[in-house]
Design a protein around this ligand. Sequence first.
Ligand code: GLA
Length: 396
Amino acid sequence: MLSEIKSYQRSIEKFRQVFGTEPEVVTSAPGRVNLIGEHTDYNEGFVLPIAIDIFLCVAAKRRSDRAVHVIAADLDDWDEFSLDQILRDEERNWRNYHRGVAWAIQQNGIELKGMDAVVASDIPIGAGLSSSAAIEVGFALTFLHLVNADVPRPTLAQWCQLAEHKFAGVQCGIMDQMIALLGKANHALLLDCRDLSHQLVPLPKGIAFVVADTGVPRTLAASEYNIRRQQCEEAVQWLSKLLDRPIKSLRDVNLEELGQVFNDMPDPIRRRARHVITENNRVWAFQQSMREGSIRRAGSLLLASHASLRDDYEVSSRELDAMVKALMSIDGVFGARLTGAGFGGACLAMVREDAVERVLQETQIKYKTALGNGSPEPKLFAVRPSDGATIRNPSS
Ligand code: GLA
């Protein structure tokens, strides 16, 4: 229900207040949680995210000129630029997301019109729930709607990704934009990041998903993320040489082949490769378990994913490890792992539906006790697998 989305109301109210008129369109874009398949998307591998019931909304109205005015309702900040000259903003990074998508759409041959817009978001920033893809997708759909242009959603996801690469400076994969655009209630999206083919995986009844934000924002995310990406490229070069065949991405190598040459590869490159290859296998096993309702097996795959991200990919942190441990000590939790890029942010837990309330309360205490004095303040909440981005006419 739209009226239940807090950011929906906030975006409309702020729009009225600032521009003195009604918005023509309100686009809502969801946050996401990746169930499994971490750091596989930019290796042309597999991912299994869900869109969640926490949204960012863009309320907008077309202008007759080429100016774009954007008010950030939650940041008490604004932006103004011309569609004829779209530049990066070196000081305020949030501005680069909507600027980036406007640039990427025009770069692909669609001429946009100016607009007045307000963005309001309930997706916490830095928690690893992909507020960045939501802002890209929210603005991209709004800009296109105002010029009556229709672009296939997978293509639009690629344009949003391009915007993030060129304007926000993160060499992200395609997962976040795809799920924000293609999510469906009660389903996860099994996505092949090589060709963007995808299928919906129904989620069994009786389980719920809990997000456990460690309270530590993802500080190193951009720089360390780009380093991991480079290391995977190096791994591809090593494997092409050692296996003596052309390899395009880590997707093209199986675990047995990696085993044959593992000792000839340098560390940590070979462990980065091992994470990606085993994680791809876990995605398949996990989606199969979901279809069969083998919840315990799915839970152990989540734990194996966390261990691999911690030991082989080295993107966990003391707080993320403590959170997984706290979650796993509570009855009714089937599995848990860090979700998103890592280096801070949140964990995901798959729990028995009737245990949610207890998990929310007890984990908090256990986490804080484990980290002792000065422990960051965690935030736990249940999320529901939801639909992807939608465009509404607020007056109808
Ligand atoms: C970030 C990126 C995604 C993906 C994850 C890690 O969220 O935006 O493309 O690479 O990290 O799985």
